[in-house]
Ligand binder design. Structure first.
Ligand code: G3P
Length: 225
């Protein structure tokens, strides 16, 4: 399962990519707005932080297909052709995807709330489909189940498209999707750091250290022997 950082914050990205095995960064207009600087400049800075093989996902704002296509071209010119262009699954969005697919543009279909929207995005050529797991939970639906249903359908359709599930509020939601074998999740930095948390892990490290020091010296490691 690929794991992306869902943020546009430089400090968070720097901190996470130095310590965790992540595959890229996903942004959206709301995340960029939080940074309060020119969004395109921020996206360029993010791109510069990432290794070449790490993906950057950035969203178009245009309302109609032809403007979305022009915006996607502009973004790829400034952020690189490998940029994944996020396009919402509106009528105009699907129309734009269908057209952009002809020239092999990397696309992530976003703002997905139903499996049927994901099917249409897959047929229009999106590489990733992004259902909003927690936002579904918040309206009384089962976000994890919707994501698993999308993964199952896309696998059966034998499309090249898979799931890049977004909008998580807890580790359990992510674990359930890992169990289901989905292609990718994108997770906010603070929740990403929680993926490793267990109090007994920290206690085990303290106990091992104390035992080792009891026959060596305070702060000793293997290198001191
Ligand atoms: O890009 C969509 C995703 O970032 C939504 O996450 O936490 O705002 O529901 P959230």
């Amino acid at each position: 399962m690929r794991i992306y950082i869902d943020t546009a914050n430089i400090a968070d990205i720097e901190r996470i990519i130095t310590k965790f095995p992540v595959d890229g960064v996903t942004t959206n207009p709301s995340l960029l707005a939080r940074e309060k600087i020119n969004p395109m400049e921020q996206l360029k800075k993010i791109r510069n932080l990432l290794d070449e093989d790490m993906e950057l996902h950035a969203q178009v704002l245009s309302d109609n297909a032809s403007d979305m296509i022009a915006e996607a071209d502009y973004m790829r010119k400034h952020l690189g052709e490998q940029t994944f262009i996020k396009i919402p699954v509106t009528h105009e969005g699907i129309r734009a995807m269908k057209e952009l697919n002809k020239t092999g543009v990397n696309m992530t279909a976003t703002a997905i709330y139903t499996p049927m929207q994901a099917v249409m995005a897959a047929k229009a050529g999106a590489k990733w489909t992004a259902p909003y797991v927690n936002r579904l939970d918040m309206i009384g639906a089962n976000g994890v189940q919707v994501a698993i249903d999308i993964h199952t359908i896309l696998t059966r359709m034998k499309e090249k498209t898979d799931l890049l599930a977004a909008s998580f509020k807890n580790v359990e939601q992510i674990l359930k999707l890992a169990e289901a074998g989905v292609g990718a999740v994108t997770v906010a930095p603070e929740l990403l750091e929680q993926l490793l948390y267990h109090p007994l892990t920290n206690q085990a490290v303290i106990d091992f250290k104390n035992d080792f020091e009891s026959i060596t010296a305070k702060g000793a490691t293997m290198k001191d022997l």
